[in-house]
Design a protein around this ligand. Sequence first.
Ligand code: NAP
Length: 261
Amino acid sequence: MTGTIKLGDLTVNRIGLGTNRLTNTDENQRFLQEAVGLGINFIDTAYRYQAGASESTIGEALAPYDGVVIATKGGWDNDRPEQLRGFLEESLQRLQTRCVPLYQLHRVNPDVPIEDSVGELQKFRAEGRIRYIGLSEVTVEQIKRAQAVAPIASVQNEYNVAVRKHDDVVDYCTEQGIAFIPWYPLGGLSGGTAAVESIVADLADKYEATPQQIALAWLLKRSPMMLPIPGTLSLDHLKSNQGAGRINLSDEDYKDLKETS
Ligand SMILES: NC(=O)c1ccc[n+]([C@@H]2O[C@H](COP(=O)([O-])OP(=O)(O)OC[C@H]3O[C@@H](n4cnc5c(N)ncnc54)[C@H](OP(=O)(O)O)[C@@H]3O)[C@@H](O)[C@H]2O)c1
């Protein structure tokens, strides 16, 4: 089994679902309901995804969310802290809820101190509009500055078998008990480096798995705080992604991949 991870006092299964391509169709609503039936209980979305359709599909399919933790995001790189309240209100409406379990600052505005944006999110927490605060695409220094203002429950940065520029952030999150949510978790399996692709292909043969499962199993072994959210609109792919939790890479195989770029 994939196991679980703590997000504040919430417990979720360690393979979640990313929904940046989700549009509001009956088929996609059924897909979400079936995904939950298969054990998905952590779903990542954002104010920006499909101009709000990702959130509204989730709201129509799953509200009132029996045991399913929804993580959304607001605030892009030009947005000001005072705009966050409006984004949150729209997200709450589309998600058909009064409180978002995890609200992530999607991007840090380079012209605004991160303390100001996180301070705004802390107000939403105090009002009971969001339960936990997360960050996205941040450095260790930015996380530390944010932590001085409010508890940080999660960090979502690009990370996969081939893109390891945030290794220091993964290590810091592990040490701090912050969930690390790698976006583009299946990246690097084609069109990346030949060395990584070749090791992944060999491991897929060895473990009788798909390359995607090897990539996810490697992430799960990278840190106990790792919470991948592979994005899919296919139930077969979703089941296969969940199956990655059953693959126990040996320390040597894990290291081979870790040391290859
Ligand atoms: N914080 C940020 O700035 C940020 C940026 C980008 C994404 N995200 C979040 O991260 C999530 C994941 O990232 P992502 O969707 O960009 O990349 P990803 O999860 O690495 O890859 C998604 C792609 O892989 C395919 N796929 C999924 N499972 C598969 C499987 N078992 N076998 C073969 N193909 C498979 C999907 O197509 P099918 O539909 O055919 O399965 C889709 O084309 C997003 O959905 C979004 O929620 C966040």
